[in-house]
Design a protein around this ligand. Structure first.
Ligand code: F6P
Length: 341
């Protein structure tokens, strides 16, 4: 038996823990071969692979990124690439494939499953916006990084009596913004799920500044003005049709300074949120996902995705899991808003 594993889409702390979990479970528990596929779906389009041994995965648990590399290649975009993926699965004698990725990578996995390929999905994204699982690995690390940044911004904001705007990742959902906003004590949080009004935001901050001399405003990159659209860096889109977001923080900071006359500074955390070593929580979750994915192959649970539900690792339908975006629980935003004054 030979299983293939690939990591696709934006990288995420914990990917190496999944690769290690998959490799060790497959080799040590079941005596299977493991073939690493390089750079996400691109590796199956061009036929780039590397065998994974216990030795190859030694020491990778705390490492960020992915030893396999990743890409945003979408083989569903043209028939020829899709055929190459299928041909290469056969050529490399891959009996079952474990695809580690977010909505985009897993939607390709779901299509392959429909075409009879034996696939199991593992949910990955720092955005935590995949339905079917309570949490994705990488999210906890991102929240920790942003929380630390907010803590650091607090001291300088307080010293200079400034407003600090922090732009964080979160394309379709504001999970990182809300959770780090709660953990860091943000004074306003703007997320894609709730379009904002700049006048209202300024009025709230004005009220706060009657008693306080500084504020922290956390803005998810996908947040939009009421009736407006997401702010993008350019018109360029990736292979899955996503625009490159960025710039909403600048717009918010400029508007706040204009309407309140208070010095306002912007920090864009960007890819720092995705880099570096995973937290213990993410290492554990990713390891559990990796081991369970191999068990799912063993049990013939194809077309499934491993998922965390109420502390248990279960399997859910892959197609269902990628159908809808998991948006922020409004109760959490309500809790965060208790501290906005
Ligand atoms: O999908 C995760 C994510 O980090 C989003 O939050 C962000 O918009 C996007 O990836 C950035 O993608 P890239 O790595 O292509 O710049």
């Amino acid at each position: 038996m030979r299983i293939g594993i690939l990591t696709g889409g934006g990288d995420c702390p914990g990917l190496n823990a999944v690769i290690r979990g998959v490799t060790r479970r497959a080799i040590e528990s079941y005596k299977w071969d493991v073939l690493g596929i390089k750079n996400g779906w691109r590796g199956l389009v061009v036929g780039e692979t590397e065998p994974l041994s216990q030795y190859a995965v030694t020491g990778i648990l705390p490492r960020g990124g992915t030893i396999l590399g990743t890409s945003r290649t979408n083989p569903l975009k043209n028939q020829e690439d899709y055929k190459r993926v299928r041909d290469n699965l056969e050529k490399y004698s891959i009996d079952a494939l474990i695809a580690v990725g977010g909505e985009d990578t897993l939607s390709v996995a779901a299509a392959l499953h429909k075409d009879g390929i034996k696939v199991v999905g593992v949910p990955k994204t720092i955005d935590n916006d995949l339905s079917g699982t309570d949490f994705t690995f990488g999210f906890n690390t991102a929240v920790s990084i942003v929380t630390e940044a907010i803590d650091r911004l607090h001291t300088t904001a307080e010293s200079h009596h400034r407003i600090m705007v922090v732009e964080v990742m979160g394309r379709h959902s504001g999970w990182i913004a809300v959770m780090s906003g709660i953990a860091g004590g943000a004074d306003a949080i703007l997320i894609p799920e709730v379009p904002f009004d700049i006048g209202e935001l300024c009025a709230r901050l004005k009220k706060r500044h009657q008693r306080k001399s500084f504020s922290i405003v956390v803005v998810a990159e996908g947040a939009t003005l009421k009736g407006g659209q997401a702010v993008t860096q350019s018109d360029r889109v990736d292979a899955f049709g996503h625009v490159i977001l960025g710039g909403v923080g600048r717009m918010v900071a400029d508007e706040i300074e204009k309407c309140l006359g208070i010095e306002t500074r912007l920090t864009v955390l960007g890819h720092i949120q995705r880099g570096g070593s995973p937290t213990a929580y993410d290492r554990i979750l990713a390891t559990r996902f990796g081991v369970k994915a191999v068990d799912a192959v063993k049990d013939g649970e194809f077309g499934k995705m491993v998922a965390l539900r109420a502390e248990n690792i279960i399997t859910v339908d892959l197609e269902e899991a990628v159908k809808t975006t998991k948006t922020v629980d409004m109760e959490l935003l309500d809790i965060a808003s208790v501290f906005f004054g």
